[in-house]
Design a protein around this ligand. Structure first.
Ligand code: DGY
Length: 320
């Protein structure tokens, strides 16, 4: 029997491509950048499924142009703000993603940003690489510790809760804001806030862990930044669209925000040039889930979802 056809829009880890090739007539690519639309529309003809990634935008228009043969779009990510799910459903196309398997890796990245920003690791690295380090000095690059500080988590989903668990381990107290309070067992002692003002006033360190999309776009704006305690630390390993960059850059200049750590950017791979001029921000290139084991697990999870949809089953990673 002929294998189903799977278009893969980006180069994937070797073991993931091997499984895809074993089970599908896999149309692979060697490219690490989003597939141009004309190439995609040519290569998707006759495909049963598409495996895509953040950065490849499956908006309503593109989805409307997919051939009827496509039954499922799987995204190699937990976030699916780059896929117009309503448009897909409107065409009878299922969407699946990669929840759970990247929570720990992404939470580790958020903790890395908290520590790197608070302890001025980016500045220290740049000092050495520029050949300007004259040796240890009592007042050199003094930052702030994370232990004993209050961490506010905006978005207490799987990644937020994993970050809370890690941060408790270094002595941080956890506050959180979400659309509703979690059951006590999931809260694990974290303090819920039902207003932005009450929440932000507690955030000595603020970590953004909410999904992207229209409802959270520029959530961290000038008005909310003004509600933070002066000298707060802000980190974002979720989606760049959560932050109004102009407002955050102004706050980093004025000292309202002392340090920031960013892994994601509004309009990435473009980074607002204002950040590049600032010493008190540490910048990573969207590394949240980038461990070998996690990226394999993400690939297997999305393939599980595609397998299930094509076999007429409902996968646990179906986006509803
Ligand atoms: C996701 O999964 O949504 C990340 O942004 C990539 O790991």
């Amino acid at each position: 029997m002929a294998k189903p056809v799977l278009l893969i829009t980006r180069r994937l880890p070797q073991d993931v491509e091997a499984r895809a090739t074993r089970d599908y007539e896999a149309r692979l690519t060697a490219s690490d950048i989003p597939m141009p639309r004309d190439v995609l529309l040519r290569r998707v003809q006759g495909a049963d499924a598409v495996l895509t990634c953040p950065g490849d935008h499956f908006g309503a228009e593109l989805i409307g142009m997919l051939p009827d043969s496509v039954k499922v779009i799987g995204t190699f990510s937990v976030g699916y703000d780059h896929v117009d799910v309503m448009a897909a459903h409107g065409r009878g196309i299922a969407v699946c993603n990669t929840p759970d398997v990247l929570s720990l890796a992404t939470a580790e990245c958020a903790l890395l940003l908290i520590l790197a920003a608070s302890r001025r690791a980016g500045e220290g690295e740049r000092l050495i690489r520029a050949g300007n380090w004259d040796g240890w000095a009592p007042t050199q690059l003094m930052g702030v510790g994370a232990a004993g500080r209050k961490l506010g988590i905006f978005g207490m989903g799987r990644i937020g809760r994993e970050l809370a668990r890690l941060a408790r381990g270094i002595g941080m107290t956890i506050h959180y804001r979400d659309v509703a309070r979690l059951p006590e067992a999931l809260e694990a002692g974290a303090i819920y806030h039902d207003s932005d003002a009450g929440f932000l006033a507690e955030c000595e360190v603020l970590s953004l862990n909410a999904p992207g999309g229209g409802s959270t776009r520029h959530w961290l704006n000038a008005a909310r930044i003004a509600m933070l305690p002066r000298g707060a630390v802000v980190v974002n390993a979720a989606r760049g669209t959560l932050v109004d960059d102009v407002a955050l850059i102004a706050a980093l200049r004025s000292g309202q925000v002392a340090y920031a750590g960013l892994d994601v950017y509004d309009g990435e791979p473009k980074v607002h040039p204002g950040y590049l001029e600032l010493e008190n921000v540490v910048l990573l290139p969207h590394l949240g889930s980038a461990t070998v084991a996690t990226r394999d697990a993400m690939g297997f999870k999305v393939l599980d979802g595609i397998d299930a949809v094509l076999a007429g089953r409902v996968p646990d990673n179906l986006v509803r």
